[in-house]
Design a protein around this ligand. Structure first.
Ligand SMILES: C[S@@+](CC[C@H](N)C(=O)[O-])C[C@H]1O[C@@H](n2cnc3c(N)ncnc32)[C@H](O)[C@@H]1O
Length: 564
């Protein structure tokens, strides 16, 4: 058997992968208590979209018995600066910290609705808090995460979420029966998923993974759980070595094929059916492959602070972060790895640059803000596009940022101060539908970056595919129509309305615009040819970035001019 230490060598190869995302486009968190292992934990819970997927392993309330580990101790200490006194448990140096933290993070995301990307974003900063969760959940402490552990946690958590459906298929195939799998405690499921992910997708040394996983299951759950993990993971290791992992069948009628593809590429069945209908099976497969790949990130140099793309490039070079200039936008730089270094070096905190996908930057190119203009951003928070537009105004003109979510608007204001563009921005906390009813039409340009399914950003938002439901699509379309009608009321004659989404779904994009034009003959399409490269332009003159074709997030924008 290989030594546990040998995992590190394999791990070293993947440590440069970035966090799975650094930005959240979802709504506020509320706190719900969950009874867990005889203790009550407080997990952040989504208020808008619940993470409890119908396809998730165990969506019932977390209520299972776990023998509190013998490691439980009764000492009392102060956990980090400012933390209240709390009971602490014994330090366990035998369980690998990345595995313990990953398992607990995955439970928080799946059962408590914490955002994968927010946890990653907070990264080290949330260490004390996160280690508190780990301790209370597992009944023991692990040593603190070092930078390498942290990157591994990010990788393992993102990958395990993405591959969940496929991993569950493998686990189920290697269990005695379905009941064994369905009745597993949530923590046990996460330990198995992590082990399966590491062996099948990261090619980590199988016996080291088995050893570490068994140890965690034994200490955090019970000896029997360790035996179960041992049996199942060893079977997997043998199958992996002989290249005979359980196959996924993709045959039969359309529905059966969609189910097979959904398992093989680990997506919800409804998404596979929808993409096959709109793009064909080959494109749907390419899209899913993109969604499962390591996301790359783009940074925008903060020109509002007088910085340029060249300044950003030289700072990244100093940090030895590999980067390439954007093919499409000045002041944007693309990174495949090294995001964690950027965060740790403080580039985001000091407002040197912002994380912004080029696909979103190109939407701002379509708005084409000019100094002196009066612009309103109707769904502005947390402000990615607002800040970029503001930096283009060079201190002349006015930018109004409306959003229904006060918390997200606060983030916008704080970032605008940091980026030194606050002088041209006024925030308005309002529902656009009521805000627009009694307004004098005065805006040169109106941007509606509408709430959408986010189906274009699934590579970055690892958990979103499991949270999004088919039923959401109808509700979103209805909201998008209402918001389009509201936004259109704000455009002055001769002014421009830009509608954008981070979706690739035709029903949220072209179809919404066609329906809008039927309701509003006073608007015409203004083709986006002048503003973005030709390979982003659709036959109707809209902007569309396609993850498979452009290797960017998926996004859409239409530019409409008001005649009277
Ligand atoms: C796609 S996000 C906007 C992202 C933002 N434009 C950016 O680039 O960072 C959609 C936003 O619409 C807001 N929103 C949803 N419904 C709204 C409404 N009825 N009125 C105003 N804002 C709304 C949400 O709070 C959310 O912040």
């Amino acid at each position: 058997m290989q030594k546990i230490g040998s995992i590190s060598d394999t791990v070293m190869e993947i440590l440069n992968f970035p966090a799975s995302s650094f930005f959240s486009d979802q709504h506020t968190h509320t706190i719900v208590p969950i009874l867990f292992s005889g203790r009550t934990l407080h997990f952040p819970k989504l208020s808008a979209t619940s993470s409890s997927s119908s396809e998730s392993h165990n969506s019932k309330q977390v209520k299972f018995a776990k023998k509190i580990s013998q490691n439980s101790a009764t000492s009392v200490r102060r956990a980090g600066s400012g933390s209240p006194l709390r009971k602490t448990h014994k330090l366990n140096l035998e369980v690998s910290p990345h595995r313990a933290v990953s398992a607990v993070r995955l439970m928080r995301i799946e059962l408590g609705g914490a955002f994968a990307d927010l946890l990653n974003e907070q990264g080290k900063g949330s260490g004390d808090n996160e280690m508190g969760y780990v301790e209370r959940t597992l009944g023991f402490r692990t040593r603190d995460l070092d930078d390498r552990d942290l990157r591994l946690v990010t990788e393992v958590v993102g990958g395990t979420i993405r591959w969940r459906r496929y991993l569950d298929h493998l686990i189920l195939s290697l269990c005695h029966d379905e009941r064994t799998f369905r009745s597993m405690e949530p923590l046990l499921v996460q330990i198995l998923r992590i082990g399966f992910y590491e062996i099948t997708k990261l090619d980590m040394p199988p016996y080291a993974v088995v050893d570490e996983s068994v140890r965690l299951a034994k200490v955090a759950l019970r000896p029997g759980a360790g035996n179960l993990v041992n049996g199942i993971l060893r079977k997997l290791a043998v199958l992996k070595e002989s290249d005979s992992l359980p196959a996924v069948e993709v045959d039969g009628d359309d529905r059966q094929q969609a189910r097979g593809l959904a398992t093989l590429y680990s997506h919800p069945v409804w998404m596979v059916r929808r993409w096959t209908k709109y793009f064909g099976q080959d494109e749907a497969i390419k899209l899913m492959t993109w969604n499962n790949s390591y996301p790359s990130f783009s940074l925008r140099a903060n020109t509002g602070k007088g910085l340029t793309g060249a300044d950003l490039v030289s700072r990244l070079s100093m940090l030895k972060v590999p980067h390439e200039p954007s093919l499409y936008l000045d002041d944007f730089v693309r990174l495949k790895t090294g995001m964690q270094n950027v965060i740790q070096a403080g580039l985001l905190k000091e407002g040197f640059c912002a994380v912004q996908d080029e696909s979103a930057g190109l939407v701002v190119s379509i708005v084409d803000p000019q100094p002196g203009e009066n612009i309103i951003d109707c769904c502005a928070a947390p402000g990615g596009k607002t800040l970029f537009m503001a930096s283009r105004l060079n201190g002349q003109g006015k930018l109004f940022a409306v959003d229904i979510n006060e918390g997200r608007l606060r983030i916008l204001r704080e970032t605008a101060k940091l980026h030194q563009v606050i002088d041209v921005i006024s925030t308005i906390h309002s529902d656009l539908r009521s805000f627009s009813t009694d307004k004098v039409v005065e805006w040169d340009k109106v941007l509606l970056d509408a709430p959408c399914s986010g189906l274009g950003v699934l590579a970055k938002r690892a958990d979103l595919r499991w949270n999004r439901k088919l039923e959401d699509m109808e509700q979103l379309k209805h909201l998008q129509d209402e918001l389009l009608d509201s936004a259109s009321r704000l455009v002055k004659p001769g002014g421009v309305l830009i509608y954008s989404t981070c979706s690739i779904d035709p029903e949220e994009n072209e179809e919404r615009i066609e329906a809008f034009l039927l309701r509003h003959p006073e608007f015409d399409i203004d083709p986006v040819n002048k503003y973005v490269p030709e390979n982003f332009i659709t036959t109707r003159g809209f902007y569309m970035s396609n993850p498979v074709k452009h290797e960017l997030d998926g996004a859409f924008a239409a530019r409409l001019v008001r005649s009277q």
